[in-house]
Design a protein around this ligand. Structure first.
Ligand code: TXA
Ligand code: MG
Length: 319
């Protein structure tokens, strides 16, 4: 289907073939997932992976997530353990990423994993990416489709706004349902959450029937993407705000300030999942409207609120 962007395409058989051909030839593509849009490339191809790092301006020490269609394919590259199998059965495909030991004979190019001996793997659910993964014989290295330190894109035109025409192929899969990046959990030893997301620690605990740690501000940066300045809308963000300063865009939860100028609600019904899914959308909207600063009221730190506060703290590091 035609639209006003010559590099955004609606998914169909023809585009599927075109995308496969492009990926096989060492190309990259902007692809929808249920969490956020990704910038995907062949995880077994050095050319593809290098393109991803270059386009994003991503530091080489920050490893990529490798996406598979199913666990059987992943066993070629990682050492599977009991915790993975339990979580896979309950949660996959879905918005969770597992860090595992890499097999010595894995074909994943070492720069994709920042030369670590571990790999982060994910089984995405969105029907476009599922369909694509089913039809290729390699996994996709795929970070979020944004310039490094910016907020993740939740629709195809956001991906365009990030890379403009430098990215030749973006598949439009509609708005991302979850709207915030996957939960990242390290399963190489005692389960430990490295990045909170839609899938909560309590739910993981219930499935594994064991304690799950959460380590977000580790000195030894275990999840290098958890850098201090990240998820930045490009303008200063102030968190835990009580009073509007009269100029900034003010983000809050609820409907107390409904229809008031400069106020943006993440969720009228105070639903934290909805709030998470609206966060990046509202950041981008505010930026487009030309505001110079963002104030955000205190967000409850439970459930998905944990993931929201994690992203907000990092967004607030923009000076
Ligand atoms: O929802 C998502 O996870 C999206 C979609 C596109 O799948 N992807 C995404 O990728 O958010 P990215 O690159 O923006 O974030 C990947 C995170 C980073 O924090 C990175 O440091 C961490 O995963 N990571 C990747 N490999 C790792 C490893 N071997 N050990 C620890 N952390 C790792
Ligand atoms: Mg990212």
């Amino acid at each position: 289907m035609k639209n006003s962007y010559s590099n955004i395409f609606t998914f169909n058989k023809k585009i599927l073939s075109k995308t496969i051909k492009n990926l096989k030839n060492g190309g990259v593509a902007g692809l929808p997932t249920e969490t956020v849009y990704g910038l995907g490339g062949n995880a077994y191809s050095k050319t593809s992976v290098e393109k991803i790092f270059k386009l994003k301006g991503r530091p080489k020490f920050n490893p990529l997530i490798v996406h598979y269609d199913n666990i059987k394919k992943a066993t070629e590259d990682v050492i599977v353990n009991e915790n993975l199998i339990k979580l896979y059965k309950k949660l996959c495909p879905g918005p969770i990423t597992f860090v595992l030991k890499k097999k010595p004979n894995s074909k994943i190019v070492s720069i994709a994993c920042a030369k670590l001996d571990t790999v982060a793997i994910r089984f995405p659910k969105h029907k476009v990416i599922k369909n694509l993964l089913k039809n290729i014989d390699f996994p996709l290295a795929m970070p979020s489709a944004n310039i490094s330190t910016n907020v993740s894109p939740t629709k195809a035109t956001d991906v365009y706004d990030e890379f403009k025409r430098k990215l030749k192929l973006i598949i439009d899969g509609g708005e991302c349902e979850i709207g915030i990046e996957s939960t990242v959990i390290d399963l190489t030893s005692m389960p430990r959450i490295l990045r909170p997301g839609f899938i909560s620690k309590d739910y993981i605990k219930k499935i594994l029937r064991k304690n799950v740690k959460i380590s977000l501000n580790n000195k030894k940066v275990k999840s290098p993407g958890m850098m201090k300045k990240h998820y930045s809308p490009g303008i200063p963000v102030k968190i835990n705000q009580k009073k509007h300063d009269g100029r900034s865009a003010f983000i809050y939860i609820g409907k107390k300030h409904e229809n008031k100028k400069d106020y943006f609600s993440l969720s009228k019904n105070q639903n934290l999942n909805e709030a998470a899914s609206n966060l990046y959308k509202i950041f981008r909207l505010i930026k487009k409207k030309g505001y110079k600063k963002i104030q955000i009221s205190k967000i409850p730190n439970s459930g998905t609120g944990l993931a929201i506060n994690d992203r907000l703290k990092r967004a607030a590091n923009f000076k």
